[in-house]
Design a protein. Structure first.
Length: 175
């Protein structure tokens, strides 16, 4: 019998997210000047910031490249931002080596084929509800929400709740 995804949550200390289709809904608006506009979920940002404040590693690896995305992520306290990446496995291996992270401690959330190979290497591959079929098949956890609609919040909140760090985060701020 295979493990339930909940059995992996206690071991997670690192979150890695793709951008398009995970932190956004995967659609872009193209302006007259050719600028690509994306929408990000405020609750995802809130959860990522809470995770960082509680000592989790948060990293973003994306094939897309947008200075606006980089600025948004830095404002949340995320500094491990890799945009315009063609080989996500290479960046992932470098990231866990430099930061002395074990693969079994990593939750990676992706939504499409460029994420497939790196997701094979982590402890908890996860995806939004609307991910590609191949990614859903590979994932040990499929969020009940779509990309850009709180999928990152969903997995962060679950990990922090299992580890007793979710409400603890807020109680300390309001005591």
């Amino acid at each position: 019998m295979s493990k339930s995804y909940k059995e992996y949550l206690n071991h997670i200390n690192t979150f890695i997210f793709d951008v398009d289709g995970v932190l956004t809904n995967g659609t872009i608006q193209v302006t007259q000047s050719g600028e690509l506009l994306r929408t990000m979920n405020i609750r995802d940002g809130f959860a990522m910031k809470a995770a960082i404040e509680k000592g989790y590693n948060v990293c973003v690896i994306s094939g897309g490249s947008s200075e606006g995305i980089r600025i948004r992520l830095r404002n949340l306290g995320i500094y491990d931002i890799h945009l315009g990446v063609s080989d996500k496995v290479e960046i992932y291996k470098e990231y866990i080596t430099v930061n002395n992270i074990k693969p079994e401690n990593v939750l990676y959330m992706g939504d499409d084929l460029p994420d497939y190979w790196v997701m094979q290497k982590v402890g908890l591959p996860a995806c939004p509800q609307d991910a590609a079929p191949e990614i859903k098949k590979l994932s040990k956890y499929i969020s009940h929400v779509k990309g850009g609609e709180g999928a990152a919040r969903d997995v962060i909140e679950q990990v922090m709740k299992v580890q007793g760090k979710w409400l603890e985060h807020f109680e300390a701020k309001f005591d």
